[in-house]
Design a protein around this ligand. Structure first.
Ligand code: GDP
Ligand code: MG
Ligand code: K
Length: 296
């Protein structure tokens, strides 16, 4: 099978198990989970990379009739994402009847063009016939590409669901580095700031051989300082020597200049930890680096 990649938005009423399912699929705890609705206020992206391809998940806020400004904002965020993705993963729970909230959501979904995968979750709570009944009621109201019955809590049905998602995704290259599970855009801006200083401070052969990957952006407790660590990748040992400089002077200069820029971006003090690593011929091997525009 050819490599697939694309964006999947997870939608559904609050508390049906979207975050639990996302974490099961990606295998890492990323989305904030709780038993309170509206824990998830923003689009959270998670990335799943496997031999079949790459899925970028968006865990939207629960779609519901807005009651205030925040609710309006959240609904708008959720709805915009619906038409911008390759697949919608619509999660419902098997253990409650379809009520007004679900119907509100169904009315919205009926107008969306994106293919929908229906995931009937929490089958550990009910008889299979009840779960099937929920599924057929939903399928009488919207067009569904595939249906899966799951227990996100126990991981039941999750592997089958993932295969089904891949089947609906277009062919394409990975968008994100393997091993990366979340996408905080500031990481890439920070990486670009560092790379920019390298371009300023070094000679011709260096710029095109350099990629910067930000590993960590971590606020320090009880202070206004954010710890940032980044790796500067070069292709040869000689280039590593140039980036580090005599007695580490060059790296220090790169770090100081980049730090000022990052401080402006994040509005806090930055502790910048820079590492230089040689990764032979990375330009030919790592599709993801090209995708991020790290090279010309
Ligand atoms: P979200 O609001 O849709 O993101 O829902 P959450 O993932 O935060 O889950 C809401 C609650 O449902 C949590 O208490 C979960 O533990 C629970 N939950 C999620 N999936 C399942 C499941 O498959 N079975 C059962 N019994 N509970 C689940
Ligand atoms: Mg959630
Ligand atoms: K929740």
């Amino acid at each position: 099978m050819s490599y697939k990649s694309g964006f999947v938005s997870i939608i559904g009423r609050p508390n049906v198990g979207k975050s639990t399912l996302l974490n099961q699929m990606v295998g890492t705890k990323i989305a904030i989970m709780s038993d309170k609705p509206q824990t998830t206020r923003n689009k959270i992206r998670a990335v799943l990379t496997s031999a079949m391809g790459q899925i970028i998940f968006i865990d939207t806020p629960g779609v519901q009739k807005p009651r205030n400004k925040l609710g309006e904002f959240m609904l708008k965020q959720a709805l915009t994402s619906l038409n911008e993705v390759d697949v919608l993963l619509y999660v419902v729970e098997a253990n409650s009847p379809i009520g007004p909230q679900e119907n509100y959501l169904l009315k919205t979904l009926a107008e969306v063009k994106t293919p929908i995968i229906l995931a009937v979750n929490k089958i550990d709570m009910v008889k299979m016939s009840e779960a099937q009944n929920i599924a057929s009621q939903i399928k009488s109201k919207i067009q569904v590409a595939k249906t899966y019955f799951l227990s996100a809590l126990n991981g039941v049905g999750v592997a089958e669901l993932l295969t089904g998602i891949f089947e609906l995704l277009p062919e394409g290259p990975p968008y994100y580095p393997e091993g990366q599970v979340t996408d905080y855009p500031e990481r890439f801006i920070i990486a670009e700031y560092i790379r920019e200083q390298i371009l300023h401070l070094t000679r011709e052969e260096i710029p095109h051989s350099v990629a910067v990957v930000v590993e960590e952006v971590k606020p320090r407790e009880n202070s206004n300082t954010v710890y940032v660590s980044a790796i500067i990748y070069v292709e040869r040992d000689s280039q590593k020597g140039i980036i580090i400089g005599k007695n580490g002077q060059m790296l220090k200069e790169i770090g100081q200049r980049a730090r000022l820029e990052i401080e402006r971006l994040l509005g806090s003090n930055i502790y910048l930890d820079l590492w230089v690593k040689v990764k032979e011929d990375w330009r030919n091997k790592d599709v993801w680096i090209r995708n991020f525009g790290f090279t010309e």
